[in-house]
Design a protein around this ligand. Structure first.
Ligand code: KG4
Ligand code: ZN
Length: 350
């Protein structure tokens, strides 16, 4: 049983042996945050409290199983919003004690990578890779909170090659969406708008950093703001919240398309560099932005090996990825957590 509650999704799933997806239930409070243009932590936490138990029950019933068949419980303990993490961790600790099952503490970002190890399901509507990725494996992790390149020698031995110095790529998508008056989450809405626009229309900067595998997305975000202001003949003092009503639909589409192309190119450039340097046997992409068709297209065009992508539903936050990594921990005899004392780590890094 995998339980995930680090942000605005309350999720639970049952996975068998680390590869077979038996259920995947995600209750999102995203709709409640739309009017604020971003996640409100207090609203997310309250919503987790309301739905965590029904979500876990639904995961068992969708998997056509009950606690007798569950060997262990895996839960995200960081990184994430404190109030949100607390609900999932307290629920998992309680279940671990009451049901007498081992508890595995999962790093959310590592969890994202393991969505790619699910290769079988009888659930409708999922397209999964046919085989599990091979080690050494290069992972590009791109989400609302993370932009990282990680080289895995084996499941529990990895090096962080680089990460973002400021915004994550998903965060940049979300902020650009807000400037263009497109709904949250920004990844899909910018992607949708970009389809009507010209990706070559505007030049936007790619950050140059000292360490070759590091990222930065705050520069491009500011560049998009200045570009939008210029398009409506205003200077840098024009408030970004008033941009959506002044920009035409065609301008929004061209800005969305140009931003998406350059933001995605930035992470693809570094993935290709790392692939050439480390020659991994597989490459995986993980995290919410891994659902982006533009990212998948650019990687397919430039990488010499094929990526077996997972279903977009498993790229955004879910319990299945947490359960999958939990299975690896259990099978490879990693230490279980103490259900009486496991605490959350909102700033946990890789
Ligand atoms: O992994 P995730 O669900 O949550 C975090 O751990 O952050 O990622 C959420 C991020 C958001 O920034 C959202 O805009 C982005 O993933 N995202 C996408 C797509 N779906 C979600 N970005 C690009 N294309 C998508 N289809
Ligand atoms: Zn995530």
């Amino acid at each position: 049983m995998g339980i995930e509650s680090s942000c605005d999704e309350t999720a639970a799933a049952v996975v068998e042996d680390g590869y077979k997806l038996l259920s995947n239930v995600v209750a999102s409070s995203a709709d409640l945050h739309v009017q604020y243009g971003g996640i409100v932590p207090e609203i997310a936490a309250r919503s987790h409290i309301e739905v965590i138990i029904p979500t876990v029950k639904q995961a068992l019933s969708d998997a056509k199983t009950d606690w007798n068949d569950i060997d262990g419980i895996a839960v995200t303990y960081g990184a994430g919003l404190g109030g949100s993490l607390l609900i999932g961790v307290l629920a998992a600790r309680t279940l671990s004690i009451v049901k007498r099952r081992p508890l595995y503490a999962i790093n959310h970002v590592e969890g994202h990578v393991y969505a790619n190890f699910l290769t079988e399901t009888s659930l409708p509507g999922y397209v999964l890779p046919k085989v599990q990725p091979k080690f050494p494996m290069l992972a590009l992790i791109v989400s609302g909170g993370h932009s990282q390149l990680v080289l895995f020698k084996n499941p529990f031995d990895y090096v962080l090659l680089g990460q973002t110095h400021d915004d994550a790529i998903g965060e940049a998508f979300d902020k650009v969406a807000r400037m263009l008056g497109l709904p949250y989450p920004g990844g899909p809405s910018v992607g949708q708008k970009a389809r009507e626009g010209d990706p070559q229309k505007f030049k936007l900067p790619k950050a140059k950093l000292e360490r070759k595998y590091d990222f930065s997305f705050s520069g491009i975000k500011t560049a998009v703001l200045r570009l939008a202001q210029e398009q409506i003949n205003e200077d840098f003092t024009f408030p970004s919240k008033d941009l959506p009503e002044r920009l035409s639909e065609a301008q929004k589409a061209d800005i969305a398309a140009s931003f998406q192309r350059v933001a995605v190119e930035t992470v693809v450039d570094k993935t290709i560099l790392a692939f050439e340097e480390f020659k991994p046997r597989s490459v995986v992409i993980a995290g919410g932005v891994a659902a982006s068709p533009e990212l998948r297209r650019q990687l397919a065009e430039r990488l010499p090996i094929e990526i077996n992508h997972t279903d977009p539903k498993l790229c955004t936050d879910n319990g299945a990825m947490i359960a999958a990594l939990g299975c690896f921990k259990a099978n490879l005899k990693q230490k279980a957590a103490n259900p009486y004392s496991l605490s959350i780590q909102p700033n946990l890094s890789m």
